[in-house]
Design a protein around this ligand. Structure first.
Ligand SMILES: [Zn+2]
Length: 174
């Protein structure tokens, strides 16, 4: 058994350091998680002004520029006749009785529960196409291609809304 007063041999681990988080950076994985959890949340007017001031005059990464371009193109470019016809067909499917039945079947199969977070509030639930209707219209009414998601989880899907019109942004892992 050692006795007496001992002198510290090793230096104190945090000597001279100002704080645990100082100078540390989030990993890419954490950054991705943060950005995912912030999806669908719109910052207040005050914050938006601050952000715009911060980004003013700063160069945009080439990658980001291309992404913005693709989104804008999909949103604002006037659709061709084929595209219009295609959209009409999709509208017809959405209004059809079969579509209503498909929704009911998927809801029943998933027991009225979000398949990602388990949300059970029926008002928040929506039916998602695993392979988007836009690209796979023939799968639109297949029960295997549907799943129940709550509005928030739906928003976080890579294939949600306009994104499904931009092939570069689509990640289908099924
Ligand atoms: Zn959910």
């Amino acid at each position: 058994m050692p006795k007496g007063v001992y002198k510290r041999v090793k230096p104190i681990w945090n000597k001279g350091l100002k704080g645990f988080g100082l100078g540390r950076r989030h990993t890419d994985k954490t950054k991705f998680k943060i950005s995912q959890s912030h999806l669908g949340i719109r910052p207040s007017e005050k914050t938006r002004k601050k952000l715009s001031l911060f980004f003013k005059g700063k160069p945009i990464k080439e990658e980001t520029r291309l992404k913005i371009k693709a989104t804008m193109k999909a949103k604002f470019e006037p659709p061709t006749e084929d595209e219009l016809e295609r959209r009409e067909d999709l509208k017809k499917i959405r209004k059809s009785l079969e579509y209503q039945k498909w929704r009911e079947q998927v809801l029943l199969r998933d027991d009225f529960m979000c398949q990602k977070c388990g949300e059970e509030d029926v008002r928040k639930l929506s039916i998602d196409h695993i392979k988007p209707m836009n690209l796979f219209p023939s799968l639109a009414l297949k029960v295997e291609n549907g799943r129940t998601l709550c509005s928030l989880c739906h928003l976080k899907e890579k294939t949600h809304g306009n994104f499904s019109r931009i092939p570069e942004r689509i990640v289908i892992d099924c």
